[in-house]
Design a protein around this ligand. Structure first.
Ligand code: FAD
Ligand code: NAI
Length: 462
């Protein structure tokens, strides 16, 4: 048994970042993790492995579709799936070991095993009970299930199984046109699978800017993904090697069936709080099973904080990290802060899709007068040189004050470009501030400046 200032439960991006910040602020810190490796969902079965497979499959796509155009002749490489998975596992290993190194460097004790909270101020791991002045719960999330769909992680899989399939399936049915479905659907489409996405709503990626949704879906269709929209999946019948997906079209209630070699269930994730003992402690939860916290990440039980996917808000690694740092600062007596209005979202398909702040839809609903500055990547020399002219930057600014309210990008490096706008928003900048900033040529970033110019007197290359 040991005494700590802080014990963090869970070593995902929320938990490990919280632990590091606590240690940096001079607090004696431990982090409990039940997995064999640190890094949580993100490093082990989420962000990092999915990006490795997106990168590898994109290279194949480039070789198949664009190399010859540049005078690079010869057959495109064939896929050695085992090697691709080994590369992905190596990337995971490098990253999870990196967190172990950071724990040692910051003198954070890794308490190996599953933790519970028998009472405020105590954390039990195995037979040991440790004392902690403060506890941060960062227990993350897990895939949510669908009625009448049994996941075996072989034929009917969640994202976890989809990152280590035995082989590339001939026919893949993806249930849910959200971030996971489209990222992993893209991977398998590039590797040669026939991919059909079945979505309950009439638009993909719910909550995103409507214009981006339409363009994104059109681009994905061109890449070979098929979509069945407005379709509610009723059940999946699976054998050891095949599956049938039964769905009903919402418009007429007609019943249909799809054959598949593999079914990816990507219908959202839910908070994971099993085994922590929260009910007995009286920790308040929301109706959606999230741990309820106040503006300082405190639960209703003194000394117990919660962050990341286990609480309200977008289920994103960087949101969890920001909350981890902020909660640590609150515990250390400082002023931890997260600006929830400026949390970017990125979909790592090709082209990438990114967003921050308001959408046209949300501004209309709020009755706020706004202007739109839009610039197509077709007017960006660098994008055209690398076959990435599809897509646009769309900037939303207040009609009167010109203050930037949001941005939506579909195009090359959209996930990086968005941060210029995030910084501008943090500083309360106007579109004119961006437009007056010299941007290097030839870069994709010029498209952001052009969109800002389009909010004023007009873009130059439009
Ligand atoms: P988690 O990362 O889920 O970590 C929680 C950890 O707590 C786990 O390791 C778990 O084992 C441990 N734990 C739980 N209970 C206990 C206990 N009682 N005792 C000990 N340990 C416990 N987000 C992005 O921002 N960008 C992306 O590109 C992205 N890609 C994704 C791709 C996929 C396929 C998936 C599934 C998710 C992706 N996400 C992405 C979401 C991202 O992974 C999560 O938002 C993020 O991991 C949440 O961090 P967290 O620290 O709250 O929880
Ligand atoms: P999601 O919430 O993004 O999308 C789920 C989709 O499934 C929705 O479009 C929904 O309408 C649909 N759906 C639900 N029930 C259905 C049914 N019965 N039949 C057909 N469609 C149905 O969830 P997803 O993609 O599983 O991702 C989970 C979380 O992981 C997200 O919150 C996301 O933030 C995070 N994530 C983030 C990534 C990133 O930042 N690049 C990458 C992957 C995941």
């Amino acid at each position: 048994m040991a005494n700590y200032d802080v014990i963090v439960i869970g070593a995902g991006p929320g938990g490990y970042v919280a632990a590091i910040r606590c240690a940096q602020l001079g607090l004696k810190t431990a982090c409990v993790e039940g997995r064999e490796t640190l890094g949580g969902t993100c490093l082990n079965v989420g962000c990092i492995p999915s990006k490795a497979l997106l990168h590898a499959s994109h290279q194949l796509h480039e070789a198949e579709h664009n190399f010859a155009k540049m005078g690079l002749k010869g057959k495109a490489p064939s896929v050695d799936w085992k090697q691709m998975l080994a590369y992905k596992d190596d990337v995971i290993g490098q990253n999870t070991k990196g967190i172990e190194f950071l724990f040692k460097k910051n003198k954070i004790d890794w308490l190996k095993g599953w933790g519970s909270i028998p009472e405020a101020g105590k954390v039990k791991v195995g037979d040991e009970v440790h004392e902690a002045k403060n506890i941060i719960i960062a227990s993350g999330s897990e895939p949510s299930s669908l009625p009448n769909v049994e996941v075996d992680e072989k034929v009917v899989v969640t994202s976890t199984g989809a990152l280590e399939l035995g082989k590339v399936p001939k026919k893949l049915v993806v249930i849910g046109a959200g971030v996971i479905g489209l990222e992993l659907g893209s991977v398998y489409a590039r590797l040669g699978s026939e991919v059909t996405v079945v979505e309950f709503l009439d638009a993909i990626t719910p909550g995103m800017d409507g214009e981006v949704q339409k363009n994104f879906q059109r681009i994905l269709k061109k890449q070979g993904l098929s979509f069945i929209m407005g379709a509610a999946v009723q059940s999946v019948e699976a054998s050891k090697t095949k599956a049938k997906v039964n769905y009903k079209l919402r418009k007429d209630d007609s019943e249909h069936q799809l054959d598949a070699d593999c079914v990816l269930v990507a219908t959202g994730r839910k908070p994971y709080t099993d085994g922590l003992g929260l009910e007995a402690l009286g920790v308040e939860m929301t109706e959606r099973g999230q741990i309820r916290t106040n503006a300082h990440w405190q639960t209703n039980v003194k000394g117990i904080y919660a962050i990341g996917d286990a609480i309200e808000g977008p289920m994103l690694a960087h949101k969890a990290e920001d909350e981890g740092m902020a909660a640590a600062e609150v515990i250390a007596g400082k002023h931890g802060h997260v600006n929830y209005g400026v949390i970017p979202g990125v979909i790592y398909t090709h082209p990438e899709v990114s967003n921050v702040g308001e959408t046209e839809e949300s501004l209309k609903a709020a009755g706020r007068a706004y202007k739109v500055g839009k610039f197509s990547f077709m007017g960006n020399g660098r994008a055209k040189a690398v076959f990435a002219g599809e897509g646009f930057v769309k900037l939303l600014a207040d009609k009167e004050t010109d203050r930037i309210l949001g941005a939506h990008i579909i195009g090359p490096a959209a996930g990086d470009l968005i941060h210029e706008i995030c910084v501008a928003m943090e500083f309360g900048a106007s579109a004119e501030d961006l437009a007056l900033t010299c941007h290097a040529h030839p870069t994709y970033s010029e498209a952001v400046r052009e969109a800002a110019l389009a909010c004023g007197d007009g873009a130059i290359h439009a």
